[in-house]
Design a protein around this ligand. Sequence first.
Ligand SMILES: [Zn+2]
Length: 396
Amino acid sequence: MDSKTLTAVKFNCYASDAQLYVNKPSAIPEGVYKDLYAHENKLDPWEPVSGESFEKWKQERKEAWKSLAIEHGNVKPDGIEIPVVAQIPINGNTFMPFDCRSINEELNKEGIFYIMDCVVPGKTEFLLANIDKQYKVMDKDVFILGNEELVRSAFLSSSISGYYSSKFGLIYVRKRSIEDNCYILMSYVKQPSRFVLDEKEREFIAEALHANDIDCKMPFKDVARKVAPVVEKRAEGVVRHEVGHLKHMQDNNFESERILTNLSASHSDIKTINFMKALEDALADTHPEGRLRYYTSQKDKGSLYLVSLDMGIGLKEDSDRNQVLLFQSKLLNEYVPTFLKFTKNEDWVAMEKAIEKDYASNLKVAQTILEIEKMDRDPEYKLSIIKKNMIPALLK
Ligand SMILES: [Zn+2]
């Protein structure tokens, strides 16, 4: 890649970090600094970040952000705005940093993927990564990303491993974040006293990794080679999850964001929002082309365990689970008990049946919601029916 390209993206990335820092330093938790430091110093995912050199780096970074704000920032009523100014030079042409389509047209040829996105206001995110694999599903480009040249800190700290961007019409998956997650899971087993996990969860993690010939007790560097295939399979699963979502938008027009907007759901309707998200995710995963069916058809035990862990299955009822996961496990009311039996009997046929059943019943729920959406009544009334009739059934 053109070194000028990298320098320009780096500057914009830096400006975005600085803006977040000067306006809301508390929005950058310690973990983000550690991730950034590890990334810039190319540490292995299991290498600890602490000590004098890290503290020094952090102090210098904060000072540099402040000077950048003084130099480039504009004071506005809601904080200091540091414009993302640098245009992106690529092989003699220049592009605006948000013109991802044109930039990718150039960079993809060199095997590099670029994105600038603003998922959360005031937090511009950048990603510049090597493309490991590129293919199409349902006329959408899929990018499986490997080594990351550059990331905005928000990316590092977030759990985003895969994503469908409706703005850019493509799916991308960050293998790096899946890989990091593998080592985090292993450390849960290695140092049980450091993490609040219940026994069953630790057992699932060990079992999941064991299915891929990984012994959690071994040193990280000795299993590094074995982690790669686990990451491959999980990356494919992330794509399948997104495909499940896309299919539902296409075939059933079930799109929670649109429906919630039409029903004028506000931020205070957090339960309804979480319910819709959970329903959408449950449908995506159990769809005939979704993630759970994919793993069962492949008889991929390790990935099935890991994805079940992601869904919070195996946790104690009173665990501090987020509401979306809680709803999701209630919506997958065939899958959850069948999976728990599966951990003992490995009955693949029962798993397939359970997933099919959950899909059918959740599809009915989605269709009912779509009918309610179409009713000739005011949005508040329609929203109230969903709240009254559908969510309490889950909380039983
Ligand atoms: Zn999803």
